[in-house]
Design a protein around this ligand. Sequence first.
Ligand SMILES: Cc1cc2nc3c(=O)[nH]c(=O)nc-3n(C[C@H](O)[C@H](O)[C@H](O)COP(=O)(O)OP(=O)(O)OC[C@H]3O[C@@H](n4cnc5c(N)ncnc54)[C@H](O)[C@@H]3O)c2cc1C
Length: 470
Amino acid sequence: MKALQEVSGHHPLQKSLAQIVGERNIIELESGLISYSRDATPYPSIAPRIVVRPTSVEQISEVLTLANAHRNPVITLGGRTSLTGLPPLANEDCIVIDTTLLSHVLEIDETNMTVTAECGIIMGALEQRLAKKGLFVHTVNVPLHFVTLGGVLSGVVGGGIPQKSPLYGLGMHFLLGLKLVLPDGRVIDTNAHGANIHQKRDFIKGGNGPDITGLFVGDGGLFGVKVHATLRIFSEPPPWEADCRIFKDYDKVLKAYFRLSKLEPIPYAQMRVRDGPDYSLAYNVEASDPSQRKAVLGFIGRICEEEGGVKGSEKEMIGARMLRDMAELRTEASVRSPKILIAFFMANTDLPKIHQEIKNLIQNEISSKHLDRLGVSTFSGFIPELQNSSYGFYSISYDDKSEESKAEVLSLGKLCYQRVVELGCCPEPHQGFGSQAMARAWSSEYRSLILGIKRSLDPRMILNRGLWDI
Ligand SMILES: Cc1cc2nc3c(=O)[nH]c(=O)nc-3n(C[C@H](O)[C@H](O)[C@H](O)COP(=O)(O)OP(=O)(O)OC[C@H]3O[C@@H](n4cnc5c(N)ncnc54)[C@H](O)[C@@H]3O)c2cc1C
């Protein structure tokens, strides 16, 4: 990989690209390129030579048509907050498409309860636009003010993990259709966007043919550039209230967790177990009527107490409320603070063993290599995802002034993701190293199917090369 300053002169397609997006939407100076060189993690940086910032679907299509004709590699970037590194630059002429100028809300349809927006929109901006009308859209938990709609639908397992996913599900459950630019410049609409040319408002996935939308969910941007997305919207949610119970024992907290997550209907909007010396099981419930909220909180509390949980202290209650009120965790300093997140889904039946194994792996590495002397610390926990799986998270912080600390944590992160895949779990990041670790475990039949689809959509293999080891 070349250092930024080693690359000089204009990109061979600079003139043509400037004709498409305009001189002011081309970035070639090192000072401008530097912010495109890394994501929110210590994974290796990239050194792009040119970034284009299209303002329309037509411009993205023209950029890809041009790149395709010249077999010039391209990568797409949104908010650049991915968890395991950016897609590798296939070579020094690789063009980066920054989608963030495509950031408009195109339609809020209050009859069909949908919103259609451009995919470079920041999730927080989308949420705010709807909130002004008393409406709600499922977005993301922590990096709300930094991630784009297209980045989340592409880069996270299941198209994103919204705040209330324990009760309502993943981003894919709210996605009704996409407009995409394929790597050769063709523009296609799936489902809600009008796969049927006579019907521009078809919200039944799979209604007008196979559910093609799903192919592009969590693809890491391998198959095309997402330019518009239509999502379900809802009325503003009712007020919420939180509580928590503390358990001394792993087996007991698991018993309470499984009893609660199997209830029908699910009584909580969110639930989380956080490890510590003790285990804190935090939850919140939504209901307009305060007495109903109290009743449901009391019901959950009683189940926990039957399994040995006791009421948390005021400090633990602050933690329980933060599960929902994420203001402190949503600042730039927090989202980009030096840490690695190991995050993945596993079947509920596997949770008890796997969560403990990954936690032990991290703790053993930290103590056997004395990483605490390098400022490395960790915390972990898990949440339910609907009723069939659980999401484990393990945050490992390090000292970013120490290269040794960074390198050790990076190799620990890779080790964990490899193990997670070997244990049959689904890593959260469908980008960078996360996608590569996952792809190495694909069966040969699955791999050849994915390759076949890639070749038919991108015969010259120009888009996001290196993702999924392709
Ligand atoms: C501290 C932290 C907390 C997080 N918490 C959550 C969470 O609560 N919920 C959640 O869902 N995620 C969470 N994430 C993960 C984050 O949402 C994803 O990494 C997401 O992909 C980032 O979106 P982005 O716009 O920054 O994408 P980028 O990082 O710019 O890109 C990610 C991938 O998507 C591709 N891509 C981007 N835009 C497009 C497009 N328009 N079309 C096609 N491909 C595209 C890129 O090529 C790349 O492979 C967290 C990340 C961090 C750092």
